[in-house]
Design a protein around this ligand. Structure first.
Ligand SMILES: [Ca+2]
Ligand SMILES: [Ca+2]
Ligand SMILES: [Ca+2]
Length: 334
């Protein structure tokens, strides 16, 4: 400030003044988080996209996002420089510079434990850089919640480890349930309707027999993916049994027998394992009447995944005491 011409200012020291303000950047940061789903399957992964937006008014740089992984999950991967600290079980992400209206994001993949139940909630939170005030804290966190919907491919196999049975004796089947995942299961039920000409003797593993329905029922405990559980079922074969049964097996469908069907015996299987534990996709077996002196055809057709491929046809004559005399041709490819 300077006095007009002709005016003297006796005190020059008070003719200038400076106002200094500390700049206090202010930005409303907001965060959204979603995996785009309402339900997820235990034993699989899910991937969240976590986005931060600067709603202004100031430009910011270096906002911090943190995400503590929920119980029952494990870190798989993250993009855009986000890091995982096992010590704190936390994923951290630092934004670059965000002008007003600017957005940045990263993806976070986690694995959900196969035995998880209920819901899965995962929260991420953004905090402004040091010296920046967030004028609205109500949008700094976001939680994605999914229903956990277990899914499991159950498979069943049943074998007595024999290809023939003698009337008047007992036969013991081992019935094995396999969980091919991805989720853990508890309390799967196996039911086995006993075929005509047999009587229940015993069962292991807590399996029970209901005489009214002629059905054996077995309930599994907890079976993790790739896990198996089994029980043994012993039946008595009626001494005069000349019948036969048609047995169907398909994946995890409970074994079913139909019959007897006079004069023949059929066995039709899908998706079981052979006596050596190898998977067999398909097997058909047909036998004629099984009385001493009768001839009957046996036709086996198996597609065995590793490595056998078997096709066999033979003609046999049944002798006394359950023995067979081969009277026909046979061929077998391995
Ligand atoms: Ca905010
Ligand atoms: Ca979701
Ligand atoms: Ca199945």
């Amino acid at each position: 400030m300077t006095a007009p011409a002709g005016v003297s200012d006796p005190t020059g020291g008070n003719n200038s003044a400076t106002d200094t303000d500390t700049l206090t950047p202010e930005a409303d940061l907001s965060l959204v988080k979603s995996d785009g789903k309402d339900s997820v399957v235990p034993g699989t992964n899910t991937t969240y996209t976590i986005s931060v937006t600067n709603n202004g008014p100031s430009t910011i740089s270096g906002a911090q996002v943190s995400d503590v992984l929920p119980a029952g999950t494990t870190f798989v991967s993250a993009t855009n420089g986000a890091t995982y600290d096992p010590g704190t079980n936390t994923v951290s992400f630092t934004t670059g510079t965000l002008i007003t209206g600017g957005t940045t994001s990263f993806d976070l993949a986690i694995a959900i434990a196969p035995g998880s139940t209920g819901t899965l909630s995962n929260t991420a939170t953004v905090a402004p850089p040091a010296g920046v005030t967030d004028s609205n804290s109500g949008n700094d966190s976001a939680t994605d919640t999914d229903n956990l919907t277990p899914r499991a491919d159950l498979a069943i196999a049943k074998t007595d480890n024999a290809t023939s049975a003698v009337p008047g004796t007992n036969v013991t089947y081992t019935i094995t349930v396999t969980n091919n995942g991805p989720s853990t299961v508890t309390g799967a039920t196996v039911s086995d309707v006993l075929p005509a000409g047999t009587a229940f003797v015993s069962a292991t593993g807590g399996a029970t027999y209901d005489g009214a329905t002629n059905t054996v029922t077995f309930t599994t405990g907890t079976v993790a993916p790739s896990g198996t559980t089994s029980f043994d079922l012993t039946l008595a074969i009626a001494p005069g049994s000349t019948g036969h049964a048609v047995e169907h097996r398909d994946g995890d469908t409970a074994p079913r027998r139909d019959g007897p069907d006079p004069g023949q015996r059929q066995l039709h299987r899908h998706g079981h394992t052979d006596a050596a534990g190898r998977p067999v996709d398909h097997q058909d077996r047909w036998q004629g009447r099984r009385r001493a002196g009768d001839e009957h055809d046996v036709h086996d057709h198996g597609d065995q995944q590793w490595p056998q491929h078997c096709h066999r046809r033979r003609r046999q004559r049944r002798l006394a005491h359950g023995r067979h005399l081969r009277v026909g041709h046979g061929r077998r490819h391995l």
